[in-house]
Structure formats: C-alpha cells, structure tokens
Design a protein. Sequence first.
Length: 73
Amino acid sequence: MIAGVIASRPAALWALHFASLRADARAYVFPCDERGNVPLDDIGRPALLDYFFARRMVGRTLAPPRLTALAQH
C-alpha cells in the first residue's frame, strides 16, 4: 500500500520502499519521482510522519529504501 494519496497529480510511477528487517514489523511505501524524491507537501500529515519515521528507522528495523518503478514510461 502506498502511504498517502496525491489527488492533484497523476498516479505515481515510482515508489520508495522501506522493507522491514523483522518478519513481524510493517514495511513502508511512498510515492516518489524517478530520483526517489517523495513529494512531502502532497502526501498528507500521517504519511509525512510515517516517512520521517521510516527514514529514522533505517538500519534498526527497516532496510535502506529501494526505488521501484510502478509503471513503464
């Protein structure tokens, strides 16, 4: 599931995945551009807080983010 919805833009073609390092923890996925830039002004407050949390937890409970294409260009 992609955290947050961007209503004013077309569907994201890229996603930034923060995979869990533990089997019982959740992973995080955020819409982004082809360089991995997440549109912080557009994702909504809950998703923004999740994004900052995910960044802080890299190396602890989350793997480094992985950029993934959601659709072909």
